[in-house]
Design a protein around this ligand. Structure first.
Ligand SMILES: Nc1ncnc2c1ncn2[C@@H]1O[C@H](COP(=O)(O)OP(=O)(O)OP(=O)(O)O)[C@@H](O)[C@H]1O
Ligand SMILES: [Mg+2]
Length: 445
């Protein structure tokens, strides 16, 4: 807080001004300090200076929700523009009109036809404004012809007034496949066959590999370079917290910073949440953010994560995916063995693998080692366990009649199957199912 003393019409009055919070816990908002993406930015920079023959000239960014794909695309566009490139930004949509949106964005960036509105106009992005092409009645031409023409114009204007063009497409997993196929074909023709300077970076959830990119017409995209957005290291998370605090006129002690960084698990959105709430808890800017401020900040951040990340994540899953997830939440150990999950659910590992693949692609769980599973967000397990089974359905989608928690329900379900119950208890205690069985039957010592 800053106290300003103002003298107005001879009278002095004091105005208190809040230091504005330097954290941005909003999807798509660039952070004050973008940390830990040096590798992706370095590859992008190299591709930009080498040109269409560089292997990263067309690239895909993959990462779970909140890992920083949108803000990394923005940083790449900023860099490209700073180097004289024309940047075109598009967000993929499932509707067939996505093809027109793509064409229009490219045509508009290339400055075609001085934005002449014609009967062939298309209305996209709610603008209602149309862009026509040099060819009359362009809507009668195939999407392929129009897409290729727009991209070629974009490439051809590049040598005149810029060094090249960059097209970014966000939310690729959500793309209309026919439109994306046409885009990929055009990009291949323009950059790989004609060697023209149109860079491309697409971003999406890993699930795009099984949806948008699985199409047989997508071989070009199947082969282009990929960058996986990994969790930030503890040091990177700490930097992403410390730098905005200091830039905002605050300070934070080493122990408090270590607590805050550890609580983020390297998840960029959580970094912003923990920073935002810890900053708010410390009302006196002249003193450092304390461990108590951070503890309260983490608690508030966890609540936001539950509402803004976990609930939508689980809502997007299929019923069986949710049941597999619910079964995982019954284990208290951070690492869950696939064979224990198989025993608890009574389903063979190869049956579970299909759903596990999907949970991995959705960014909900990951496989730290062969046969082992882990929640991406450690607090998600506690949240799943706490979900009351109300109104006939749990957060994990299983119809229930009581108000048991998910954990209680799984144990109750397994009561009929003693072996599975012993395995579940054994997994939690880190011992063998056989030992648990013998204890429960009173056969030990
Ligand atoms: N490298 C980073 N360093 C610090 N903060 C970051 C970083 N990357 C992203 N953030 C912050 O994390 C949040 C999520 O970023 P962003 O919206 O780019 O994620 P996303 O992967 O696009 O998510 P979604 O898949 O939901 O669209 C934002 O608040 C952003 O400011
Ligand atoms: Mg995004």
């Amino acid at each position: 807080m800053v106290v300003l003393r103002l003298k107005l019409a001879g009278e002095t009055s004091e105005v208190t001004v809040e230091h504005s919070n330097p954290f941005r816990p909003t999807f798509g908002r660039p952070p004050h300090t973008l940390v830990g993406r040096d590798d992706a930015m370095g590859r992008f920079r190299a591709a930009m200076s080498v040109g269409p023959n560089h292997p990263d000239y067309s690239m895909l960014l993959k990462g779970p929700r909140g890992s920083g794909k949108t803000v990394l695309l923005a940083a790449m566009r900023d860099l490209a523009e700073a180097h004289g490139h024309t940047a075109v930004r598009v967000t993929a949509k499932p509707e067939p009109t996505f093809a027109d949106a793509l064409i229009e964005q490219m045509a508009s960036a290339a400055g075609t036809g001085h934005r002449r509105v014609s009967s062939a106009q298309v209305s996209v992005l709610g603008s209602g404004a149309g862009v026509s092409f040099d060819v009359p009645e362009s809507r009668q031409l195939s999407v392929h012809t129009r897409m290729l023409a727009a991209m070629e114009r974009l490439a051809d204007q590049a040598p005149r007034d810029s060094r090249g063009a960059l097209i970014t497409i966000d939310e690729l997993h959500n793309s209309n496949i026919a439109a994306l196929r046409e885009f990929a074909h055009s990009l291949q023709d323009v950059t790989k066959i004609d060697g023209k300077p149109v860079m491309f970076v697409g971003a999406g959830l890993a699930s795009m590999e099984e949806t948008a990119l699985v199409d047989p017409g997508m071989t070009f995209f199947q082969r282009i370079a990929r960058t996986q957005l990994e969790p930030l290291t503890v040091a990177e998370s700490a930097e992403a917290l410390r730098a905005p605090i200091e830039a905002g006129g605050g300070t934070i002690g080493d122990a408090a910073l270590a607590d805050a960084a550890a609580a983020t698990s390297g998840y960029p959105f959580m970094v912003q949440l923990v920073g935002y709430h810890s900053w708010r808890r410390c009302t006196d800017r002249s003193s450092a953010i304390t461990r108590e401020d951070v503890a309260a900040g983490i608690a508030a951040a966890v609540k936001d994560m539950e509402l803004q990340v976990f609930a939508p994540m689980v809502r997007d899953l299929s019923d069986i995916d949710r049941r597999v997830l619910a079964a995982m939440s019954a284990f208290d150990a951070p690492e869950i063995k696939l064979k224990d999950l198989s025993r608890v659910t009574g389903k063979p590992s190869n049956y579970l693998s299909v759903y596990i693949e999907r949970l991995v692609a959705a960014g909900v769980i990951h496989r730290p080692a062969r046969g082992q599973l882990r929640f991406v967000h450690t607090t998600m397990r506690d949240w799943l366990q706490r979900q009351p089974a109300e109104r006939g359905t749990t957060a994990c989608g299983t119809p229930v009649v009581t108000t048991m928690t998910v954990k209680e329900r799984i144990i109750a379900d397994d009561r009929a199957d003693a072996d599975a119950t012993h395995a579940a208890i054994a997994a939690r205690l880190g011992t063998s199912a056989d030992y648990v069985g013998r204890v429960r039957r009173g056969l030990t010592g």
